[in-house]
Design a protein around this ligand. Structure first.
Ligand SMILES: *Cc1c(COP(=O)(O)O)cnc(C)c1O
Length: 381
């Protein structure tokens, strides 16, 4: 079997062995419902609360500020649908950016359908949101600002502190989708002007279908799933004990190796970018040069169809992405690439490699060599 070189860590990551081992008992003999009073249940309850403590400790939050969800999409939906209505104005106003994940954009579109106004902030050519436009769009009815921490397609890290400070000054809630940032860059929520934050386990080597929403203490949290009293009655449903335990363990592992991994992945990313820019003509790097997630390489290659390029790369075992995973299958120019103004002849050749700690420099150099050959081939036909 041909060896896979997995370079699509922004789409998902492999479950780490520590998380798998931590989950195992809860998939097997520890099958209790955490709401049951006997020890099989209370042990599950204790495991959930221990996981909550672990996660809170890592992101510098209080355990009671962590709400478990089914992942990033649910956390984003909850924050937007829940908090936009926080001030109870009918037809309130939400501010977001043009380059958010679809979990945010489509939640905002849903709110528009309910009569809310939504401002979609422009970004500059490196993907940084327009702070002046943000200030100018705040109005009397603005109830929520939601801007992501790190972009899943182009890797740009947004000026979250500045955005949060603007929100604070105007007493508007600020939510950030930190799904791509958690486990990659330090996130200390109590030191940040952030009121709510979304995270997803499978983006940091935890299991799929689990995530959390952080909500700052003192902010009233609207119920999202109505039913039983789980998650303080805000998010009903029997807890995914194994998923929660696995997520906490994955985050613990990611965090304990974060600075070494950051440096390693950054070196690989920079080598990747430098080589491609030097060795393949007519390539543009997308995203910010410095304020960028460590593993993100996103570029637009003129004269190439990204979907065809992906097929050729896969023949050599290299797995990458054309835009975000949710929009592949069709060479549609992604909303992010459009927002940063990539010219048409480049835009259709947009490809994303997202590196992780299991990648090696050898794999990076191999990927560059294969990419060079494949681009050359596609440009000939
Ligand atoms: C993956 C991702 C999501 C969705 O998370 P799921 O757990 O897959 O629902 C949301 N936002 C961003 C930025 C993402 O990368």
């Amino acid at each position: 079997m041909k060896k896979i070189i997995y370079m699509d860590h922004a789409a998902t990551t492999q479950l780490c062995p520590e998380a798998k081992a931590a989950m195992e008992p809860y998939l097997d003999r520890e099958y209790g419902n955490a709401s049951s009073p006997y020890s099989l249940g209370t042990e599950a309850r204790e495991a959930i609360e221990k996981a909550r403590n672990t996660i809170a400790g890592i992101i510098d939050a209080y355990p009671e500020e962590i709400y478990f969800t089914s992942g990033g999409s649910e956390s984003d939906n909850w924050a937007i649908k829940g908090f936009a209505g926080e001030k109870k104005y009918i037809g309130g106003h939400i501010i977001t950016s043009k380059i958010e994940h679809h979990a945010v954009l489509n939640s905002c579109a849903y709110m528009e359908g309910l009569g809310y106004d939504v401002t979609y902030l422009d970004v500059d050519d490196q993907g940084i949101v327009d702070l002046k436009q943000l200030k100018d769009s705040i109005g009397k009815y603005t109830t929520l600002i939601t801007v992501m921490t790190g972009n899943n397609e182009i890797g740009t890290i947004e000026p979250i502190t500045e955005i949060g400070n603007i929100a604070r000054e105007k007493e508007i809630l600020f939510h950030t989708d930190a799904v791509q940032a958690i486990g990659q860059i330090p996130m200390q929520v109590h030191k940040m002007p952030v009121d709510a934050l979304s995270a997803s386990s499978h983006k940091f080597h935890g299991p799929k279908g689990t995530g959390f929403l952080y909500v700052r203490k003192g902010i009233e949290v609207p119920s999202f799933i109505h039913g039983g009293s789980q998650e303080k009655g805000k998010r009903a449903g029997t807890e995914n004990v194994a998923g929660i335990v696995g997520m906490a363990e994955a985050l613990r592992v990611a965090h304990s190796h974060m600075s070494q991994n950051y440096r390693r992945v950054l070196r690989m990313r920079d080598t990747f970018i430098k080589r491609v820019m030097a060795e393949i003509p007519e390539v543009r790097l997308n995203g910010h040069k410095r304020s960028r997630l460590p593993g993100n390489v996103n570029m637009s290659i003129a004269g190439v169809e990204a979907t065809a390029l992906l097929v050729l790369l896969e023949e050599d075992g290299i797995l990458a992405s054309a835009g975000s995973a949710c929009t592949t299958g069709q060479t549609r120019i992604s909303h992010v690439i459009e927002a940063i103004g990539v010219p048409e002849d480049y835009a259709t050749g947009t490809i994303r490699f997202t590196l992780g700690s299991e990648n090696t420099m050898e794999e990076v150099n191999r990927a560059v060599e294969v990419l060079k050959q494949d681009v050359k081939l596609l440009r000939q036909i």
